[in-house]
Design a protein around this ligand. Structure first.
Ligand SMILES: [Fe+2]
Ligand SMILES: [Fe+2]
Length: 183
């Protein structure tokens, strides 16, 4: 499998989670209810899978390999990196606001809604740019060997950073939430 295909497959799962998140917040805004256990699971997915695993593969392996290959996409890569940073900040704010909300802080709900809204509008667009612009640049320049080498490095990074079996656990959670929120 091509390394970039693995990232595209991950994007599909991530996009699904953003559709679920959107539903969760539609409900939260409409009637003030939030399933905290479900939200906890989503937050874990955002921190562990999206940031540590997926963004880790891009930042530590794909982008440097693209730069090394002399792909003229420095501007695009910079934009991707700054969007990762923005995403990380939203997740931190969401996490803090959620802790406040659980502790009964009334102002925290608005913080939570605002930051989640920003993140939901950032991430799917970020993914589309990678799928449609950045990855095709990599695909046009990487040899099959390079794709294979990166793919193996992705697998290794995933095991080191999130552990064996964690990816599958997240998939199970997504399937369950799809039935509940998107079914
Ligand atoms: Fe990215
Ligand atoms: Fe990505």
């Amino acid at each position: 499998m091509k390394a970039t295909q693995q990232l595209k497959d991950e994007h599909q799962g991530i996009k699904t989670v953003f559709r679920i998140l959107d539903k969760i917040f539609e409900k939260f805004k409409a009637d003030g209810t939030l399933d905290t256990a479900h939200f906890e699971g989503i937050l874990d997915f955002l921190k562990v899978f999206v940031d540590k695993c997926h963004h880790g593969k891009e930042e530590d392996l794909l982008f440097p390999a693209m730069e090394q290959a002399g792909i003229a996409g420095h501007g695009h890569i910079r934009v991707m990196l700054s969007e990762h940073t923005a995403g990380r900040n939203y997740v931190k704010n969401i996490s803090d606001a959620f802790a406040g909300y659980k502790a009964g802080n009334k102002a925290a709900a608005a913080e939570l809604i605002d930051n989640a809204g920003e993140y939901i509008s950032l991430m799917p667009a970020h993914i589309d740019k990678e799928n449609n612009v950045l990855y095709p640049m990599a695909d046009s320049r990487f040899s099959e060997e390079k794709q294979e080498e990166l793919y193996q490095a992705f697998e290794k990074l995933e095991i080191e950073r999130i552990g064996v079996g964690r990816h599958e656990e997240f998939h199970e959670m997504i399937e369950k939430f799809m039935e509940i929120y998107l079914g």
